[in-house]
Design a binder for this molecule. Structure first.
Ligand code: MG
Length: 503
């Protein structure tokens, strides 16, 4: 076997092992009987170790060898291998044994977290979180950093990102967000007083599947299930599964989570299938992944055009009692009410980023050793008060609400805010190219934005960094001004100009 064939085989094996883990994690969250947890943690730990071993012992030496023999590579292959090397080098520094321990601890912690959240019992979860913080700090030592341990973890998700850059980014939008929330809360909207969007769970599930089918969901390639924390698993472009969360009192929960995860799913479905394991078949980054979910959830799913489509073509068949109280405009108003919530995933697009800011500050302090796990719930509650003006009545709707820390995913949260900024910049680029695409959305046609994303984002896989992909797709590097302009325009439209927005 020549070098190129060996490399192809090693990359293929890497992708297949990754898909195996992905499938087992999906099963754990959706199907597995509770008592299987310990065994499953061991299976995933074993496979994760193999995955890591294959990367460090097979893939990376072959990548280095191939890059030293450039005549066997096309320019695109060479660029892809350079990116792969850059991304994988930090991971290579973590001993396989630590990867295995981390994976096992995280699998168990997730199970404990789900029960602790149900009972609002932080104390049972605390020792598991403590362990994950310790292991993460250990990981940061292997990875190395310039300024603080948290930096090493953040850069696992976004190579070029530093904590200080995230801090600066938030500094740019923080006051705008806080002032916009305050200004919106002074304006009472009629939609606020209308009935809640109550609907039986079975109807909601069917409705979400129907809406997603308009966008590209297919039973041959997709699944839709329920889970406590909605997520999307892409095993291959032809096997992409999403989960939603249903609240019978509030259709927005199921629909919002469905549109969000569908954005992730469309990205996975739009990635090139071959050559398996090469960067072109994988996502560019978590931030870019999140830009896809944010685009479909917010720019499409929360738009007036979308609610026109819902009102005219989808909702009537389900005969909800509240439909006659609403118009497309008041539905869109209600979908976009700027009103801080205790729960991140129920938050409006303005207060959402303050949720991220507080998590960023807390996890940074945890990892850097400035905050203990024991003091975390109190620190959480204090920040929620300062940023959102709310007081969590229990840890279930406070510090225990998110799955991320139970997975040991420290450094992940900031990618959500970056995703929103990218989404707004992509939406602006789509609108420049297709000024009337929302007219088609109002009729239930989503091909125009999907086509743009397929061509300008999905088809590239991970052949470029997030920054380069953004510049290539939109003509300029990431800028927060598109997000601010989008929020301004939306608030002005839905609050009918009655909100005094900050300058
Ligand atoms: Mg997401």
């Amino acid at each position: 076997m020549g070098l190129k064939e060996k490399l192809d085989a090693a990359l293929r094996r890497q992708a297949l092992l990754g898909a195996a883990v992905e499938g087992l994690v999906w099963d754990q969250e959706v199907m597995m009987p509770k008592a299987g947890a310990l065994h499953r943690a061991q299976v995933i730990g074993e496979l994760s170790a193999l995955h890591h071993q294959n990367l460090t012992q097979q893939v990376l030496p072959l990548v280095r060898e191939a890059l030293a023999t450039p005549h066997i590579l096309t320019p695109s292959e060479k660029a892809q291998l350079e990116i792969l090397l850059q991304e994988a080098e930090p991971i290579e520094k973590i001993p396989t044994e630590l990867v295995r321990r981390f994976s096992e601890e995280a699998s168990q912690a997730q199970i404990v977290w789900a029960e602790a959240r149900a009972r609002s019992d932080f104390a049972t979860f605390a020792p598991h979180l403590e362990k994950l913080v310790q292991l993460s700090r250990e990981k940061a030592q292997y990875l190395g950093y310039e300024e603080e341990p948290y930096e090493a973890l953040l850069r696992l998700y976004e190579r070029s990102l530093r904590p200080r850059a995230v801090e600066a980014l938030f500094a740019e939008i923080k006051d705008f967000l806080i002032q916009t929330i305050q200004a919106c809360q002074e304006v009472p909207l009629a939609a606020q007083e209308l009935p809640t969007l109550r609907m039986p769970a079975a109807d909601q599930r069917q409705l979400v599947e129907e809406v997603l089918t308009h966008i590209g969901w297919r039973p041959e390639t997709n699944r839709l299930d329920l889970s406590a924390h909605p997520f999307c698993s892409g095993l291959s472009p032809k096997d992409v599964r999403l989960t939603i969360r249903i609240d019978e009192e509030d259709l927005f929960m199921a629909l919002g989570s469905g549109m969000h995860e569908m954005g992730h799913a469309l990205y996975e479905m739009g990635l090139p299938e071959e050559p398996l394991g090469w960067p072109i078949t994988t996502a560019a980054s978590l931030s870019i992944h999140e830009s896809q979910s944010r685009f479909w959830e917010n720019h499409i799913g929360n738009s007036l055009a979308f609610w026109k489509f819902m009102y005219e073509k989808v909702l009537p068949a389900y005969k909800p009692a509240w439909l006659s109280d609403y118009t497309p405009f008041t539905l869109a108003q209600r979908a976009n009410l700027v009103r801080p919530s205790l729960i991140r995933i129920q938050s409006d697009e303005v207060s959402y980023h303050l949720h991220i800011l507080l998590r960023f500050e807390l996890e940074r302090a945890l990892i850097n050793g400035a905050l203990s796990v024991q003091d975390l719930p109190a620190a959480w509650n204090e920040k929620v008060q300062v940023y959102l003006g709310l007081q969590p009545p229990s840890d279930a709707v406070g510090v225990l609400q998110d799955i991320h820390w139970s997975m040991g995913s420290f450094g992940y949260f900031p990618t959500y805010s970056l995703g929103s900024l990218y989404a707004a910049q992509f939406a602006a680029a789509i609108e420049r190219e297709y000024p009337d695409y929302m007219v088609h959305v109002a009729e239930g046609h989503f091909e125009t934005p999907l086509g743009w994303l397929r061509k300008n984002i999905h088809a590239y896989g991970h052949t470029l960094t997030s920054e380069a992909l953004c510049a290539e797709a939109t003509g300029e590097p990431l800028s927060a001004r598109y997000f601010q302009a989008y929020i301004r325009e939306k608030v002005t439209q839905l609050y009918e100009g009655a909100v005094a927005l900050p300058a």
